[in-house]
Design a binder for this molecule. Structure first.
Ligand SMILES: [Zn+2]
Length: 146
């Protein structure tokens, strides 16, 4: 098993109605990836698609994939937090499961990998490389008791 240092949350940045096979096709044909983007992809109705086993790497954050598990909800269109209650429940289930499996891993959002350009110790919105996952993961983790 590879060492898991990060459990990273994402959004697709597209309408919540986007279909899973369309997303996978985009990675293959447009991006030319041999791997999928995320380990788990969560539909608006809460259905979790397990796209890759966690011992394999996926393509969520360049430079960190070898030590990351990537979890994504479909939505986040226009960088708004569009998570449905069912998606929040599924995200919470996965977060709690991986917290038990990898207690020392850092749980964060894609945007938390942005550089702290002004060195104030936190990633400000003006420093985000992208807005994904369109919600503040640290705040949400407190809400679900992690
Ligand atoms: Zn992302």
């Amino acid at each position: 098993m590879r060492q898991i240092k990060y459990v990273v949350f994402h959004c697709t940045g597209a309408p919540a109605t986007q279909k899973v096979d369309v997303i996978i096709d985009y990675w293959k044909r447009v991006k030319g990836w041999s791997k999928v983007g995320y380990h788990h992809l969560i539909e608006a109705d809460g259905t979790v698609h397990d796209l890759a086993p966690i011992f394999e790497t996926t393509n969520g954050v360049a430079g960190y994939n070898s030590s990351s598990i990537h979890i994504c909800y479909i939505g986040g269109d226009n960088w708004q937090d569009t998570r449905t209650p069912a998606q929040k429940a599924a995200l919470s289930r996965l977060a709690k499961k991986y917290k038990l499996m990898f207690p020392s891993a850092k749980f964060c959002g894609h945007r938390d990998f942005s550089p702290d350009k002004n060195n104030n110790g936190k990633i400000d919105p003006s420093e985000y490389i992208k807005f994904c996952p369109a919600f503040e993961v640290s705040t949400w983790l407190k809400e679900i008791g992690l």
